[in-house]
Each structure stands twice: as structure tokens, then as C-alpha cells.
Design a protein around this ligand. Structure first.
Ligand SMILES: NC(=O)c1ccc[n+]([C@@H]2O[C@H](COP(=O)([O-])OP(=O)(O)OC[C@H]3O[C@@H](n4cnc5c(N)ncnc54)[C@H](OP(=O)(O)O)[C@@H]3O)[C@@H](O)[C@H]2O)c1
Length: 292
């Protein structure tokens, strides 16, 4: 495992920040409450909130200068959205070129009011990625002290391996939840385990569908998760996080909740180890059939 990358076992995701209706003091308080719960890592992307969430978070850091040294910032680059904030973008596309990555990191550092990003992820696989150029860009950012660790998001195992031949890859962030188990089947989690790449699981509750979805898969899963939760005195969400944490690659769930109680439910999962049969019962409910 990449030991020098120290993230908290639960990571708070900021994608939905602008839905939460927090003003600046409210956001400072929210960050402090997350820190009090042991959540010290915060997941961003340059594009969140139409290129605005990093700046909202950065304004909170600037308003409470002691905060920055108590937390780690994860952010992403590589997706170009058509936006009034980026008049040069004519088409949604992916870009891992040196020019784009360097410009993106500088913009994130400015927005976040910080001099360093703890972990920079390439948000989506750029089909035109030149791994030599990207590795060289990473080395440049590391030498400049602007980025401390690098990783990828939503990449195939082959894409990750190609980059890792040229530069250390500390983390891989991908969708993983009882509703979305592709990473168990396509080699993604095995690769993380094998290479010591730290997995991060986005949409751990399926964007809320696990809690409120009316489809058959969500209903089947709720039945099983609730039964496990009743035995352990834990909420459905806590059991879902515990299911993720049970994998030996030790994925870090990236929460999406704006509620501190929602963060508390995630942290509660750190003291709940579910049994292997319960883990497979969730797997079975997700697939809708028995193991072969
Ligand atoms: N790398 C990528 O491509 C990628 C893609 C998507 C997301 N992400 C990252 O992953 C993070 C999480 O994604 P997500 O927001 O889809 O995560 P999620 O945890 O699966 O979904 C969060 C949503 O579920 C709702 N929810 C309902 N009941 C809940 C409960 N008991 N506990 C917690 N949430 C509950 C939340 O509403 P409340 O606020 O009311 O709780 C929120 O709207 C994002 O913020 C982002 O940082 C990364």
C-alpha cells in the first residue's frame, strides 16, 4: 500500500456542495464537524459546481486559516466541460496534455487558496493519453511541490498499469457500491490489492438510490441490508459502507451527504465488520441470483 499517502478511512465528497445551501460560516462549521468525526480528506474536482465548488471550499479555508493543515485535499482534472467559466472549451472532451493538466492544477490551487494538492486524480481516461508526457507532467508538479501524490479515476486496469509503468499511482477512484459491483468483476479491485493502489469508492450509496430507489435491485438490497443492520444495531447506510470496507483492498468510501448525521453513519461503519456470509448475501441481492 502507498503508505506516504495518508487519507482518512472515510473521505467527504464535495460534488453536491452547492445543493446543501451552506453559507461560508456554515461550510467552515461543516468542515470542522467532519474533522471532529475523523474525516480529514475532502474530495473535489475542478469541474464540480460548474467549476465553482473548489472556490467555495477555498473561501472557507481562507476564512479559517488553521483548517488547511488539518485536512487533505483530493482533486481531479482532465474533463473539459463547455462552460461560461471556460470560454475556450467548445466540446465536452477529456484532456491529459501537459498544458491542460498544468493549467488545471494552477487554477485549482488558486481556487482552493492552497499551495499544494495532496492527491491529484486524472478524472476520466483520456483516449489520447500519452503516458510518457503525463508521467513527465506529474514529475514536474511533484518537483514544484504543487501536488504530493497522483492517481486516476474511472480507468481500466490496463490504462492504470500503462501509467504506473512510468509513474507511481497512489490511488484509483471508481464507482463501487452494493448497486454497482463492476469493480469486483473487471479486475479493478484485484489490481488495487495486488499493486498497493488505494481504492476510493464513489457514490457508495448509489447517489441515494440505495436508500430511496423504487427499482427491484434497490428494494432487494434494502431488505438484506436492513436485516443485517437490525442484528448489529446499525443503519442501512452504515451497513452499506461496512460492506465496502469489508473488501481486503480496503476501499475508502467517498461520501456524498451534506448532513453531518450522514457522515456519522459512514464513520460508524469503521467499527462494524460484517461476516463473509452477510457480505455474499448483499452480493446475491445485488445480482438477483445465487452464486454459481
Ligand atoms: N470520480 C468520479 O468520477 C466521481 C463521480 C461521482 C462522484 N464522485 C465523488 O463521490 C462523492 C459521492 O458521490 P455521491 O454523492 O453520488 O454519493 P452517495 O453517498 O452515493 O449519494 C449521496 C446522496 O445520497 C443521499 N442520501 C440519502 N440518504 C442518505 C444517507 N442515509 N446517508 C448518506 N446520503 C444519503 C444524499 O443526500 P443528503 O445530503 O440529504 O444526505 C446525497 O444526495 C461525490 O461527492 C464526489 O466527490 C466522484
Amino acid at each position: 500500500m502507498n503508505d506516504s499517502l495518508a487519507l482518512s478511512p472515510i473521505v467527504a465528497g464535495l460534488w453536491r456542495l452547492r445543493d446543501w445551501g451552506l453559507d461560508r460560516p456554515g461550510l467552515v462549521r461543516w468542515i470542522e464537524q467532519a474533522l471532529d468525526l475523523g474525516i480529514t480528506s475532502f474530495d473535489h474536482a475542478d469541474i464540480y459546481g460548474d467549476y465553482g465548488v473548489e472556490a467555495d471550499f477555498g473561501a472557507a479555508l481562507a476564512a479559517a486559516p488553521g483548517l488547511r493543515q488539518r485536512l487533505q485535499i483530493v482533486t481531479k482534472c482532465g474533463i473539459k466541460l463547455v462552460s461560461a467559466q471556460r470560454p475556450g472549451h467548445a466540446l465536452k472532451s477529456y484532456d491529459s496534455s501537459r498544458a491542460h493538466v498544468l493549467a488545471s492544477v494552477d487554477a485549482s490551487l488558486r481556487a482552493l487558496h492552497t499551495d499544494r494538492i495532496d492527491l491529484l486524480l486524472l478524472h476520466r481516461p483520456d483516449l489520447l493519453m500519452d503516458p510518457e508526457e503525463l508521467a513527465d507532467t506529474f514529475r514536474h508538479l511533484l518537483a514544484a511541490g504543487k501536488v504530493l501524490h497522483f492517481g486516476v479515476s474511472n480507468h481500466t486496469p490496463g490504462q492504470l498499469a500503462m501509467l504506473r509503468k512510468r509513474h507511481p499511482v497512489a490511488s484509483h477512484q471508481f464507482e463501487f457500491s452494493p448497486l454497482q459491483m463492476r469493480a469486483l468483476a473487471d479486475g479493478t479491485l484485484e489490481q488495487c490489492l495486488d499493486l498497493g493502489v488505494r481504492p476510493m469508492a464513489w457514490s457508495p450509496l448509489g447517489g441515494g438510490r440505495l436508500i430511496t430507489g423504487q427499482d427491484a435491485q434497490a428494494q432487494r438490497l434494502r431488505g438484506v441490508l436492513q436485516a443485517i443492520g437490525q442484528r448489529h444495531g446499525a443503519s442501512l447506510a452504515t451497513v452499506a459502507y461496512a460492506w465496502l470496507l469489508r473488501h481486503p483492498a480496503r476501499p475508502l468510501p467517498v461520501t456524498g451527504t451534506g448532513r453531518v448525521d450522514g457522515l456519522r453513519e459512514a464513520v460508524a461503519a469503521l467499527s462494524l465488520r460484517i461476516g463473509a456470509e452477510d457480505w455474499y448475501a448483499v452480493w446475491q441481492a445485488s445480482i438477483g441470483q445465487e452464486l454459481p
